[in-house]
Design a protein around this ligand. Structure first.
Ligand SMILES: [Zn+2]
Length: 143
């Protein structure tokens, strides 16, 4: 995949959507997950989904991260949610990401999706962003 790093000084991402796109481009460069990842913003209003922050789904060979706009209004929540979802991309096919919810309880499905493999990947992504300069390096990426 082509790096989306910009060569010259970059304009500052002016809103939360641009900043998340920029961070996703950085993540795909700094820690490739082996698939192309697309970010979309959605508004879930139904009773069972409006409390959700996000979800990640496979669409063909591509992974699609859906961030729930009403729940991801602030930079910090949106970014933490994006990091969380990107760790799902990194463990796709390893952690039981594509769980068949209808066969098990909701609690069991949650545990399966967030098993130790998942948290290990999340920890890596989290550290790269917060402690290994990802927050700064990502500002050089397209959005
Ligand atoms: Zn999750």
């Amino acid at each position: 995949m082509r790096s989306k790093k910009l060569s010259r000084s970059t304009p500052r991402a002016a809103n939360v959507k641009d900043r998340c796109k920029q961070i996703l481009n950085w993540l795909q460069d700094a820690r490739p997950c082996g698939r192309s990842v697309r970010l979309i913003w959605v508004t879930w209003t139904s009773k069972d989904r409006r409390e959700c922050f996000a979800e990640t789904n496979r669409c063909g060979n591509e992974l699609v991260i859906s961030l729930n706009k009403p729940r991801c209004r602030t930079y910090s929540i949106a970014i933490e949610t994006l990091l969380h979802e990107y760790a799902h991309c990194g463990t796709w096919g390893m952690a039981k990401t594509e769980s068949t919810h209808f066969e098990k309880s909701e609690a069991q499905a949650e545990l399966d999706m967030h098993d130790s493999t998942y948290w290990s990947e999340y920890g890596c992504v989290y550290n790269m962003f917060h402690y290994l300069d990802g927050w700064r390096d990502s500002k050089q990426y397209e959005f």
